[in-house]
Design a protein around this ligand. Sequence first.
Ligand code: SAM
Length: 279
Amino acid sequence: MSGLETLPPLREVIARHGLAARKALGQNFILDLNLTRRIARTAGDLSASDVFEVGPGPGGLTRGLLMEGARHVLAVEKDARCLPALEEIAAAAPGRLTVLQGDALQVDPTRHLAPPIRVVANLPYNVGTELLVRWLTPADWPPWWASLTLMFQKEVAERIVARPGGRAYGRLAVLAQWRAEARIAFALPPAAFTPPPRVSSAVVHIEALGAPRHPAPAATLQRVTAAAFNQRRKMLRTALKGLAPDIETHLEAAGIDPTARAETVSIERFCALARSLEE
Ligand code: SAM
C-alpha cells in the first residue's frame, strides 16, 4: 500500500487540525475520495503531466490527483490553517507535492512545473471565474496549460459550454470555445460538499487547441464580446457603436446583420468582426 492510502479519513484530518469551513474563503470541501479521484481522472492522463491545483483546502482533491498518478502537484492555498494537513500528504508522496501558501492569483505556476501542465481545482466560485478568464485570454496561443478541469456553479458551467442562440451564450462561451474544447464532465448535487453550498455544481473540462479555430486578435475579440454582451438585448450596431464610427460597415464585412443581437452571432463571425476592426 502506498503512503497515500494509509492517510486518515478527511473528516478526521479536519477535526484534528480544526479546519471548520470558512464562508469568506468559499470553503466547501469534498471529503469523498472516490469523487476527488473521479475529478482527477477527468483531467486526463496525469502520469505524464504536472498539475497546478488551486485551493486544496484539507487536500481531498490533492490526494485524488496523487492517487491517480500525477507526476508533480503544485498546490496553492490561501488559508494557512490547511498547511499542516497538506504537509502530511506531501510526506506520504515524497517529492511529488509542493505546497505554497498564498493567493493563487499571484502565483506563476510555470516557475514550478514542467509541461504539459494540467490545472485542476475546486475553487471558490468568485475566484474561479476570474482565473478562468485570465487563463483563457493570453495574447499568444497555445497557453502554458494543456487543460483546465474546474468546478463551477452549474449555471456558470452551462455558460462556458453554451452554443449561440440561447441566454447562456455570452462572453465566457466565446472565450472558452474560440481556442479550446469545453465540455461539462458531470454535475454534482450540493450534498457532495461539506458544508453543502446553496446551488448545484458541475465539473468543466477544457482542452487547449493547438491553434485558434479562427484567426483573431485576442484583445480586440475580448473588447468586441464584452461590448456586445454587456448590452445583449440591443442590436449590435447600437451595442458596438463605441468601438468604431463605421461599425455597420465592419459588421457587414464580417457577415453580421447590424440589427442582429449578440447571442445569435457565432464565434466565427465574432472573430471576423475583430479582424475587420483591427485592419
Ligand atoms: N479543494 C478542496 C476540496 O475540494 O475539498 C477545497 C475546496 S474550497 C471550495 C476552495 C478552497 O480555495 C478553500 O480551501 C479556500 O481557502 C481556497 N482559496 C480561496 N481563495 C483562494 C485564493 N485566492 N488562492 C488560493 N486558494 C484560495
